[in-house]
Design a protein around this ligand. Structure first.
Ligand SMILES: O=C(O)CCC(=O)C(=O)O
Ligand SMILES: [Fe+2]
Length: 290
């Protein structure tokens, strides 16, 4: 694990190969497929209930309902609830975060073949944290991405810019959502990054990618005919955070309590839902508003 710590600190990312065995990945894959099928059957648009978010879109290119992200499926899936706080995560995280660890994000991302919005512009995840509530942004948080499917250049594996985490917050892609538009090379050059240094994090199912809140990353569209399912869990040192659900308390795996805690959804208590969110961020929605 020492090499992983060093690489994350020096390069801003690291890959733990073979983090989970194939049998676990098959079970996780089947479970996220079930969550997906239920969600697109039951909901016509993005659905929010407390921290649970099912981001569903009537896809303008695929001409079917797709789910692009699901947040905090731990509330509807006992398997995913236990996986998010599996002791194997603690083994990876403890050298960085210690034994008291909260979780700020729990997301499954899909890139359905043929869908329009399957890319992410370059950004730093620090943008998506309330910095007053989650402190020590550089090394107090570790983001993890579990490959459910094989991740390749063709299906839109995550791309990382090594050592970009040492440059502070760069304000990339702030003129809109990260899922519309694109990042021209000159945007990277303008903030002192070399587009030629981008690394595509190709991974096998069960590999785990780690990155920091300042690591510049994005991903290309899925141009293949297979999906790219990816589970992102963001963990933070409990002492550095007023947000999040416990994952490990003094090293003990800790289940969700009866009521959700504020993670990223700040309006949790004022507007718990359930409610639908009609898309306002797509090119189609923005054209209709004009
Ligand atoms: O799924 C991806 O490729 C990237 C997602 C991402 O970076 C994010 O949601 O912040
Ligand atoms: Fe991100």
């Amino acid at each position: 694990m020492r090499g992983v710590v060093q690489q994350l600190h020096e390069e801003g990312y690291a890959i733990v190969r073979g983090f989970l065995p194939r049998a676990d990945m098959a079970a996780i894959g089947a479970e996220v497929d079930r969550v997906y099928a239920d969600a697109v059957r039951d909901h016509h648009a993005t659905y929010r209930h407390k921290n649970l978010l099912l981001e569903i879109l009537d896809d303008p290119r695929a001409h079917r309902r797709v789910m692009l992200q699901a947040h905090w499926t731990a509330w509807i899936s006992p398997l995913l609830e236990s996986m998010r706080r599996d002791p194997r995560y603690l083994a990876v995280l403890e050298p960085f975060l210690g034994r008291d660890i909260k979780q700020i994000t729990h997301q499954v991302h899909w890139k359905p073949p043929g869908a329009k919005y399957t890319f992410y512009r370059y950004h730093q995840d620090a943008r998506f944290r309330n910095a007053a509530a989650v402190r020590n942004l550089l090394y107090g948080t570790v983001n993890t991405g579990l490959a459910i499917d094989r991740q390749t250049a063709a299906n839109g594996a995550l791309r990382i810019i090594p050592r970009s985490h040492l440059k502070g917050y760069l304000g990339l892609s702030e003129d809109g959502t990260i899922m519309t538009g694109s990042t021209p090379d000159e945007d990277l050059v303008k903030v002192g990054l070399d587009p030629a240094s981008v690394i595509t994090c190709e991974m096998e199912p069960g590999d785990l990618l780690l990155w920091t809140l300042y690591t510049v990353h994005g991903s290309a569209p899925n141009l293949s005919d297979f999906d790219r399912r990816f589970m992102i869990n963001s963990y933070t040192r409990a002492a550095d955070s007023d947000r999040g659900e416990w994952a490990f308390r003094d090293g003990v795996s800790t289940p969700l309590g009866p009521e959700p805690q504020i993670c990223k959804y700040e309006a949790l208590h004022e507007r718990p839902g359930p409610f639908y969110v009609e898309p306002d961020w797509t090119e189609e929605a923005r054209a209709a508003q004009r």
